[in-house]
Design a protein around this ligand. Structure first.
Ligand code: 7TS
Length: 404
């Protein structure tokens, strides 16, 4: 059982008023709020050990390097990667996916296929389209059904020896669907294809075990798991990270440089060109410690309660339709009210202190599937409460009354 009031006290922003009303923050799918330990760790870094890493003989540089590498170790443990050097610091999920897609340009040719799902965020579509344009490979799409679930029979039919990589999110940002990635990983491997899992929306809710999953790549962003922006993780199996060429060239990622030839540094540095987000890397470890203290089992159970509570109240509103009714879903509710534009509802409830996202959620193909311009998306975190859901539901009802 979670002591929600104690948890809420860890997040200074949650006691703020917005537009004169207590803030109800239900835009956790876009980014999470930060606990005081994370905020403190950022200033502690700059107040005590700020220096560039992996290059100085001086004490501060060594302290900063040690803290950065300790954090890499925490992340390795958190996701259960076999090797420390399989954990690459990136700027976020988008950067991580681009690094892998770029690397596959060296491996693909005309006739090869890349399989993406119909449920992807744009950042797990566009880099693969760019890859296909560069290489002559084709992009195939695993379709979904009306509940927002991927159709596994279609996936099986699309998968062939031409498939070189499958890419799918663990959890959909727009609908909350939890995808059957265990099955998809096993099937991809049977066909000799690699598979990337976009864990941007899963890592706030669960602890992935990359060895148990046996995925080739798993990527996520720090800012969605109580960490800072501008930091994220690319996990890759060692054999794949060795096979792929580096994404960016520059300092830190080299072993030797001459004008005739450059040799690359070993993993993980091969994929970490330039001065990284040092503070972000260190503080991501702090954020992960914090979440593990709260406990992912507790988080999952409590968020399910919030989801059930909110769903029951919303479906009682006449004319309200929820998009994304998968049997397995997380604490995201995307919905519309008949005859009203999502943006108008979002604007009115913001005036009442409630923060949600409206629009296509960077997942336009999903909106096209449902033939809608967008939805209102409420996404809950473990620091939200049922009282906040009551305020939100009342706000939605009021907006509906004003607009119809
Ligand atoms: N993949 C998924 C599934 C996401 O939800 C997001 C961000 C990204 C990738 C990109 O992550 P970034 O940290 O590199 O930007 N999703 C959202 C969202 O749902 N609302 O705002 C950002």
């Amino acid at each position: 059982m979670l002591d929600i009031q104690k948890i809420r006290a860890d997040f200074p922003i949650l006691s703020q008023k917005v537009n004169g009303k207590p803030l109800v923050y239900f835009d956790n799918g876009a980014t999470s709020q930060k606990p005081q330990v994370v905020i403190d760790a950022i200033s502690h870094y700059y107040q005590t050990i700020n220096a560039n890493i992996h290059r100085g003989v001086h004490t501060l540089s060594q302290l900063a390097t040690d803290a950065y590498e300790v954090s890499r170790g925490k992340i390795q443990k958190h996701i259960n990667a076999q090797h420390l050097h399989e954990v690459i610091f990136t700027a976020g999920t988008t950067h991580a996916i681009n690094a892998v897609a770029n690397g596959f340009a060296a491996l693909l040719t005309t006739g090869d296929e890349v399989l993406v799902s119909a449920l992807e965020h744009h950042s797990n579509i566009v880099p693969w389209q760019m890859l296909c344009e560069r290489t002559g490979a084709s992009l195939k799409v695993i379709p979904m059904n009306d509940n927002g679930e991927l159709i596994m029979e279609q996936f099986d039919l699309l998968l062939s020896e031409r498939t070189k990589i499958v890419t799918v999110n663990h959890i959909s940002n727009a609908l909350g669907t939890i995808n059957p990635i265990e099955y998809m990983i096993a099937r991809a491997h049977e066909m000799g294809a690699a598979i990337l899992i976009d864990g941007a929306q899963a890592t706030p809710h669960l602890k992935p075990d990359v060895q148990a999953l046996d995925c080739d790549f798993y990527v996520f962003s720090g800012h969605k798991i109580c960490g800072p922006t501008g930091i994220g993780i690319l996990y890759g199996k060692e054999e794949w990270l060795r096979k792929l060429p580096p994404y960016q060239g520059g300092g830190e990622m080299i072993a030797t440089v001459s004008f005739e030839k450059t040799t690359y540094a070993d993993l993980p540095h091969k994929f970490e060109a330039g001065t990284p987000n040092i503070e972000g890397g260190i503080v991501l470890g702090t954020a992960i410690d914090y979440l593990n203290e709260v406990g992912f089992d507790n988080i999952a159970q409590y968020e399910q309660e919030l989801l059930d509570y909110a769903t029951a109240q919303l479906i009682a509103i006449e004319g309200l339709k929820i998009y994304g009714t998968a049997a397995h879903k997380t604490s995201v509710i995307s919905f519309n009210i008949e005859g009203i534009h999502p943006y108008d509802i979002g604007t009115i409830i913001d005036k009442l202190g409630v923060a949600v996202r409206t629009g296509h959620h960077c997942a336009q193909p999903i909106m096209d599937f449902f033939k809608i311009p967008g939805t209102i998306r409420a996404s809950f975190a473990f620091y939200n409460t049922k009282e906040e859901i009551d305020i939100f539901v009342e706000a939605v009802k009021r907006a509906k009354m004003m607009l119809s």
